[in-house]
Write a protein that binds this ligand. Structure first.
Ligand code: FES
Length: 121
C-alpha cells in the first residue's frame, strides 16, 4: 500500500534524513545525490534507532555499535567498527550477527514523497 509521507522534496534539503511514522512503522526518509531512500528506523543488529546515526557515503552508520548498512539496497556493508573499545567483551558467538536493513520503495510525485509499506525491496 502506498502512503503519502507528508514530506516534500524541499523538506529534505535542510537535513540528510528525517524520521516519520506510518502505520506504527518508524521510517527514515532522505535524499542523497538526488536519489530518495527509505528504510526502517530499527537497526537489524540490536534495534537501535538508526535516525540517531549518520551517513557515511551511501551507508547509514548506527550510533550504537557502528554497523553500516547501504541506504539504497539495505545490505550490511561494514561491521568492523562493532568493537567500541578494547575492553568490549562479546556476550556470545551470535552477538555480532545482523540481518540486512529493511528498505522501502519510495518515489516523488509533484514534489510530494510517497512510500510503499507492504513491499520491501
Ligand atoms: S544496534 Fe545498531 S549496530 Fe548494534
Amino acid at each position: 500500500m502506498i502512503f503519502d509521507t507528508g514530506l516534500t522534496l524541499k523538506d529534505l534539503n535542510s537535513a540528510p534524513f528525517r524520521k516519520i511514522t506510518i502505520e506504527k512503522e518508524e521510517i527514515v526518509i532522505g535524499k542523497k545525490d538526488d536519489h530518495l531512500f527509505a528504510f526502517n528506523n530499527s537497526c537489524p543488529h540490536k534495534g537501535a534507532s538508526l535516525s540517531k546515526g549518520r551517513l557515511n557515503g551511501d551507508n547509514i552508520v548506527c550510533y550504537m555499535h557502528g554497523y553500516e548498512y547501504n541506504i539504497f539496497n539495505g545490505k550490511l556493508e561494514d561491521m568492523k567498527s562493532w568493537k567500541k573499545d578494547s575492553t568490549w567483551i562479546e556476550q556470545n558467538d551470535q552477538w555480532r550477527y545482523s540481518d540486512d536493513l529493511k528498505i522501502y520503495k519510495i518515489f516523488s510525485d509533484n514534489e510530494r514523497i510517497f512510500v510503499e509499506l507492504n513491499k520491501t525491496i
